[in-house]
Ligand binder design. Structure first.
Ligand code: C5P
Length: 229
């Protein structure tokens, strides 16, 4: 038996996280946060000394792919409906959501052997229930036969504004220019890499959320998914 798969791709900060969580809860589907997988690999590679601080230093693809294949990664639903991410028995949810780890993630994400080490894990998540798959290449590479595909984007400036607001709400300081520059650098790397670049699938619905709030995005996408279901 096959279960329905809805893919939501697009750059960081376009609103995919909130949207995917809400859709998964409304439809009672599992949620695949594929960005978390690359963040985990980036963090673990850095901690293992396989990813130097220096951007331009050549990375050790074979050993990072080996480390990736050895990780025991589990997505565990919490009572709140959110999903805890446990790696080798320890929750990493609080450690991976920052710009530094986002940068590590996008550096390991260019490595073909790392991407293929994560492929089966991602595809297996559709074996037991309907799935909302959040990422960059969900509709193009991981689930090319998905039932509904969305590419959610927003201008880099709108995404930087949202990030500043989130940090302020969390009581943290925020440097708009530094955040904007980091977002642009990550977009550039994600969109121009040779394997699985971030781009809309040919059959995806394209939605620009720059001028929309989270509720408008949710309603639009939910309606679109219903037309497909
Ligand atoms: O979505 P998130 O910001 O958590 O993703 C972190 C990084 O992981 C992205 O910038 C991208 O480089 C990489 N990624 C990817 N493919 C995915 C999901 C994320 O290459 N499907």
């Amino acid at each position: 038996m096959s279960f329905p798969v809805i893919t939501i791709d697009g750059p960081s900060g376009a609103g995919k996280g909130t949207l995917c969580l809400k859709l998964a809860q409304a439809l009672n589907y599992h949620l695949l946060d594929s960005g978390a997988l690359y963040r985990i690999v980036g963090l673990k590679a850095f901690e293992a000394g396989l990813l130097a601080d220096q951007e331009l230093t050549a990375v050790d693809e074979d050993n990072i792919a080996k480390l990736t294949a050895q990780l025991d990664i589990q997505f565990l639903p919490r009572d709140s409906g959110e999903v805890d991410i446990v790696v080798d028995g320890t929750s990493v949810a609080g450690e991976i959501r920052n710009e530094t780890v986002g940068g590590y993630a996008s550096r390991v994400a260019v490595l073909p052997k790392v991407r293929s080490a994560l492929l089966e894990l991602q595809q297996n998540m559709a074996n037991n229930s309907g799935l909302i798959a959040d990422g960059r290449d969900m509709g193009t590479v991981v689930f090319p036969n998905a039932d509904a595909k969305v590419y959610l984007t927003a201008s880099a400036e709108a995404r930087a504004d949202r990030r500043v607001e989130q940090l302020k709400q969390a009581g943290q300081s925020a440097d708009y220019e530094a955040i904007l520059s980091s977002i642009k650098q990550r977009d550039e790397r994600d969109e121009n890499r040779s394997v699985a670049p971030s781009k809309p699938a040919e059959d995806a619905l394209l939605l620009d959320s720059s001028q929309l709030d989270a509720e408008e995005v949710y309603r639009t996408i939910k309606k679109f998914c219903q037309t497909k279901g």
